[in-house]
Design a protein around this ligand. Structure first.
Ligand SMILES: [Zn+2]
Length: 256
């Protein structure tokens, strides 16, 4: 199992990171991709990846952070380019569009997202896309780059039609905790609809804990519950879902 999206660089894990990583290993998690949301958290993701052999880093600017970036007039994403030279940086992100909160500034978000798409193209690194309430906007921005960039729509919550468009763009779709929630019919439907060869599993820890730990701090060991539910939804064995989703992640992020 690979946890393809987890924020072990957040202060939620400051007191017991070692235990969290050990528990993940015990649960059968072989690799974890630690996701940055701004310069500081991206730098920390790299530092952690140097300390722990099974951690890898993704560096980038989250859409909600991109607005802060403009406020601070630090409009450059130059730091990402510098960090891409580090050995264990396997992706750019999370980046994208987030229109969930009403006071968003779409223009800022688009500017910072576009910079990161360009970097992905130049350096041939996959993009980790955050698209809360902004799936349509993300797809529209990626269409001109079809065949030139790849990546994953993490924590996808769009429609089947949008999922189809994302698959046409050559991107993967990330599933997490909500597929284990009884009432999350849409999330389950998407997991059933998208071919297993195009799915990645993730926790998005510390957020979105799956059942039976819903509401508590999430952690990479919990990816097993997502795998288990996905196997049920797909009517496949857990071993097969594990093998295929692990291959998918290794292929996209070029993991050892
Ligand atoms: Zn995230």
């Amino acid at each position: 199992m690979i946890d393809t999206h987890v924020h072990l660089n957040f202060e939620d894990y400051i007191d017991d990171l070692e235990t969290v990583i050990l528990d993940a290993e015990k649960a059968g998690v072989s690799h974890m991709v630690v996701i940055g949301i701004d310069e500081g958290s991206s730098r920390l993701a790299i530092e952690l990846s140097k300390q722990y052999p099974n951690l890898f880093a993704s560096v980038g600017v989250h859409p909600s952070e991109s607005e802060n970036m403009f406020e601070m007039q630090a409009t450059s994403t130059q730091f990402i380019e510098d960090m891409l030279k580090e050995d264990k940086v396997v992706a750019i992100g999370e980046c994208g569009i987030d229109l969930y909160h009403e006071d968003y500034n779409l223009e800022y978000q688009q500017h910072v997202f576009k910079n990161q798409i360009e970097l992905a193209k130049t350096y041939q690194k996959p993009l980790i896309i955050h698209s809360r309430s902004g799936v349509r906007e993300c797809i529209d921005m990626l269409k001109p780059y079809q065949g030139q960039v790849k990546g994953v729509f993490h924590c996808f919550n769009g429609s089947k039609e949008e999922a189809n468009e994302i698959l046409e763009l050559g991107f993967y779709i990330g599933v997490n905790g909500p597929i284990t929630f009884k009432n999350a019919i849409d999330a389950k439907d998407i997991a059933i609809h998208v071919p297993i060869e195009k799915l990645l599993i993730e926790t998005d820890g510390p957020y979105l804990s799956p059942e039976p730990y819903r509401g508590r701090r999430n952690q990479p060991a919990n990816v097993k519950y997502i795998l288990k539910t996905l196997a049920q939804l797909k009517n496949m064995s857990e071993a097969d879902v594990d093998t295929i989703t692990t291959q998918n992640a290794k292929k996209l992020f070029l993991l050892p």
